[in-house]
Design a protein around this ligand. Structure first.
Ligand code: GAL
Length: 946
């Protein structure tokens, strides 16, 4: 895989950002008439939304970025957010678009920001997004400018309020993409592929495509599409053509019968692709007002979009539960929040994949994005064969929320992994008339976009109410309360039921005793939230009822926040099956026993961890075998039948040496597990989640470290501080150890071992071989080198390092003489000087008017940096005099064409007036003026090309 957004015209916007946590406003500095007058115009937003704003002391960052990870824990902050404060911050990115982009539609796609965002392009507030978990796009086509002019994308993020009751991080915590499309193109997420199996086993494949015209000129277009498998064309769809009026979207349908298709399922997730091409066929027509008019320019264009999907059927039945491709299947699911140790919510794709692979290892086949959508997760689950309950965050049927929900569905509906849409989680209105009506409208909004998946809500009450949401939906999810499954089924025998959230059992990895004072919870599956159940009880309720389609365990991984049943100093949850790094707690082996058939046996016990000889050690025997034999140093303790759903608890008197379990099937030994009393920690050992990194700036790897004794056994009480040294083409983005009580900094290059383990997450940032070295006092170090694989060019939007001077005005008339005193317009006069931008042409006022003088003015704002500063006029025609705060700074009288460079003296300070006087003299065509945007360089070794 190159990267998951690999599509023609898609550019990555993850690099080159500057960030600062600040509550700066987008307001002007003053309140005079000229300040306010300018602010209220298109492009007039000030503060960090303005190109000339000084961000020289802001921090350079790459996305995904969660600024909360850089903060320390604070007992005054909310336990829900893991005792870290959030706040308000700004991001800025300067970039250039080329001349070729002039006739493109330019979209920005944000996959998610936490939480409330205001997005500005070139000083215009172009989007307010108050849903931190939804991806959305912003069409900036009309608001961008082209090289050498510089665009400023600024994002203000307010993250003070709560959208969820868990750790939400803050910032642009998912990817940002720029999508460039030809004028008539397939709309953003505009292809919907619907495979429907026919009675005779063949598939009817309907493809719905929205074609959009981003400019004013009506166009004829032709839409072609074909079905591909593994890059090979399988079948063509009928070509359609039509007229797309200016600024309109038209929906087209194409349909074929596919006689035989490879099926997508959880074991073998086969993905097909529909490749669509939209070609404009009347390109020669005169171009519209927004398009470059040049006799040589052909407007024939092609736009491509590849849409992945799978052939599969799903059915949710009120009596028999869930069916995939005609096979009855329990949903063996985990609920997961999105954060990971060290990285917060800024989790790279590769790390999300690492987590989902770990869940699959336990036999899971389903994933609930709790309680919010995530586009990358859908892509990963498609590829890995994981079924998804995609969940909406905000329960409401107001217009804005309906639009957001439509966006979620548009993003999800081609993904074969998605089998259920959940429109809410535990809403107090769920059992009321209001809740019922809201749910009904949301369901309708979903089905208008996709009628192939059932819509449910995750209820924690109210599901028996006839006025409530239960009867407005296709299915009901019950959170906890398994003892009410039967009652529900009796009352509503025709409504399918899913255990949308179960368990909420507590455990701390490596702990075998409860200790209220130290906030430790033992690993024997004996504790759970008052509303929850132990893992084994939760699963038994579901397993024993065919009508319950399956269950989603709360949770797959520990997450930050919600440190129930404790508060400070605990900062993370205790519910995870894995800890926050993905190191297995004993709960993992329970699910392996419940859900997998590969023979396994596992002993959960602190064998050799401080017990005195003869002292009884509590041992939980977990196995999916028929019988398990337990021995100590080869001596039989017991051999008994095993129940995979009801692990046996025994006590074994401790003695130095091995405690061993052997699992038997049909009398034959098929699995074993040995616990050895490890000796003193001797060395560190690295294990990475992969053997190389892709050199795309996006790929990431998990670096797990453990302490081992001289024989290589993991030393579970090791707690040394490990230092991570990462060099070459990777950078460290976070560290963790799975301890819910740890207050170590997320992003520091060190971490204490917790029960023998710690972790770093690294991200690719170059092409040099990555070198990882871990050290800890008193332990032998370890290191590894990993190659970085060069991959075909990833289209990145590059940061523009210099900037362009904006805000130019030109005196409303030409003069006969060079002015002696320079004009300083009255603050109430916004008309004597007219606003002007420089776009590659001289000012038409001058044409033919030889010897006339024109006056231009702007306010220059510089940074604190007092290095080499100059103005660069790439193309200026005529004789020129440049004044800075009324002092002449440069003149050009002999030459009348070409570029000009003007030094800005240190005395100028940070801000002041720049005036340019031009005389139309002996130039080609008797033309004069500033023909190209004026570049301001504050020379950090950067010189614009002359
Ligand atoms: C549920 C809720 C989850 C989480 C969980 C903890 O009520 O849906 O988000 O808070 O409880 O047990």
């Amino acid at each position: 895989m190159k990267f998951y957004k690999d599509q023609p015209g898609v550019w990555c916007l993850n690099r080159g950002w500057k960030f600062k946590e600040t509550d700066c406003k987008d307001l002007p500095c003053g309140i005079r008439h000229d300040d306010i007058y300018d602010y209220t115009k298109a492009g007039g937003a000030k503060g960090p939304a303005e190109l000339s704003f000084d961000d020289s002391d802001w921090k350079p960052v790459s996305l995904p970025h969660d600024w909360v990870t850089g903060k320390s824990f604070d007992a005054q902050a909310s336990p829900n957010h893991g005792y870290k404060k959030r706040g308000t911050g700004w991001y800025r990115l300067k970039f250039r678009l080329s001349e070729e982009d002039r006739n493109q539609q330019i979209l920005l796609e944000f996959e998610g920001l936490s939480s409330k965002a205001f997005i500005y392009i070139n000083g215009t507030l172009c989007k307010r997004q108050f849903y931190g978990y939804n991806s959305f796009c912003v069409d900036i086509t009309d608001m961008v400018c082209f090289a050498p002019a510089v665009n400023l994308l600024a994002v203000r993020i307010e993250a003070d309020a709560w959208e969820g009751w868990w750790y939400e991080g803050a910032g642009i915590y998912r990817n940002v993409w720029m999508v460039k499309k030809s004028p008539v193109h397939i709309a953003y997420q505009g292809v919907y592929v619907k495979p429907e199996q026919q009675a005779d086993g063949t598939w009817k494949l309907d493809v719905e495509t929205e074609v959009e015209n981003s400019f004013g000129q009506e166009r004829e277009m032709k839409l072609e599409a074909a079905l591909y498998l593994d890059g090979n064309k399988k079948q063509e769809l009928p070509c359609v053509s039509g007229t797309v009026p200016g600024y309109e979207r038209i929906r087209y349908h194409q349909s074929i019968i596919v006689k035989q298709a490879d099926i997508w399922n959880t074991e073998n997730p086969v993905l097909y692709e529909v490749r669509s091409v939209c070609s404009v066929t009347n390109g020669e027509q005169a171009a519209g007002p927004n398009e470059i008019t040049s006799p040589d320019t052909s407007f024939e264009s092609q736009d491509y979009l590849n849409t992945r999907f799978g052939f599969r059927t799903i059915r949710l039945d009120a009596d028999t539960g869930f069916w995939l491709n005609g096979e009855n299947m329990k949903l063996r699911g985990f609920c997961c929040h999105q954060d990971h140790a060290g990285t917060g919510v800024a989790v790279p794709y590769a790390l999300k994949e690492y987590r989902i692979r770990r869940l699959k290892k336990l036999g899971a086949n389903a994933y609930r994005c709790a309680h919010n959508p995530d586009p990358e997760i859908l892509d990963i689950c498609d590829r890995l064969g994981m079924l998804v309950m995609e969940e909406n965050r905000t329960f409401s049927s107001d217009e804005d929320t309906l639009a957001q929900v439509r966006g979620i569905i548009r993003n999800a509906r081609n993904h074969p992994s998605v089998i259920l849409y959940s429109i809410f989680n535990e809403e107090p209105l769920q059992g009321t008339l209001r809740g019922g009506r809201m749910a009904g409208r949301l369901r309708r909004a979903v089905h208008e976009m996709d009628s192939t998946r059932p819509v449910l809500g995750a209820f924690n009450g109210g599901y028996l109410e006839e006025e409530g949401a239960a009867l407005s939906l296709d299915a009901v999810g019950i959170n906890y309360n398994p003892m009410r499954y039967d009652e529900f089924h009796r009352k509503f025998p025709n409504i399918p039921l899913v255990g949308s959230e179960t368990a909420s059992a507590y455990m701390v990895r490596g702990e075998y005793e409860n200790d209220e004072e130290r906030h430790k919870i033992a690993s024997y599956d004996e504790s759970c939230a008052p509303w929850g159940d132990t893992h084994r009880d939760a699963w038994r309720w579901i397993m024993e009822r065919q009508f319950v389609a399956g269950g989603f365990i709360w949770t797959g991984f520990d997450y930050r926040g919600e440190p129930t049943p404790f508060e400070w100093p605990s900062v993370a949850t205790f519910f995870g099956t894995y800890d926050s790094c993905g190191f297995p707690k004993e709960a993992c082996y329970l699910y392996q026993a419940f859900w997998t058939n590969e023979p396994m046996v596992h002993l959960a016990a602190p064998w050799g961890q401080g017990s005195m000889p003869g002292e009884p050690v509590k041992v939980l025997i977990i196995s999916n075998c028929q019988e398990v034999e337990i021995t100590v140093n080869g001596r039989l303790v017991q051999r008994k039948p095993a129940d995979r759903y009801q692990p046996e608890l025994i006590h074994v008197p401790y003695e130095s040496g091995n405690l061993k379990a052997v699992g038997f099937r049909d009398g034959k030994p098929v699995a074993e597990h040995t616990l050895t009393a490890a000796r003193k920690a001797y060395a560190l050992r690295i294990e990475t989640s992969g053997t190389q990194l892709r050199g795309d700036g996006l790929d990431a790897l998990v670096v797990n470290v453990c302490a081992v004794d001289e024989e290589g056994n993991v030393v579970s009480d090791a707690d040394q501080t490990v230092s991570f040294e990462i060099s070459g083409g990777a950078e460290l983005i976070g560290t963790g150890n799975g301890d819910p009580n740890s207050h170590e900094p997320d992003t520091a290059p060190y971490r204490k071992l917790f029960h023998g383990y710690a972790q770093a997450v690294i991200r690719n940032c170059g092409l040099d071989t990555v070198y990882i070295r871990v050290t800890a006092e008193g332990l032998k170090e370890d290191s590894v080198s990993l190659p970085v694989r060069r991959i075909p060019h990833i289209p990145y939007v590059e940061e523009a390092k210099d900037t362009v001077v904006e805000g130019w005005r030109m005196y409303h008339q030409l003069l006969d003489r060079r002015p002696d005193t320079l004009f300083s317009a009255d603050v109430n006069d916004r008309n004597s000087f007219e606003p002007i931008e420089f776009h590659g042409r001289p000012q038409s006022e001058f044409t033919g008017k030889l010897n006339k003088f024109g006056v231009y003015q702007t306010r220059l704002s510089l940074t604190e940096n007092h290095g080499n500063r100059y103005l660069y006029f790439p193309d200026i025609k005529g004789q020129v005099w440049v004044y800075l705060n009324d002092e002449q700074a440069a003149e050009r009288v002999l030459q009348t064409l070409g570029a000009m460079k003007v030094e800005i003296p240190a005395a100028f300070g940070k801000t002041g007036i720049c005036t340019v006087v031009i005389r139309n003299q002996n130039t080609e065509n008797r033309e004069a003026g500033i023909c190209a945007p004026v570049i301001l360089s504050e020379d950090n070794g950067l010189t614009p090309e002359e």
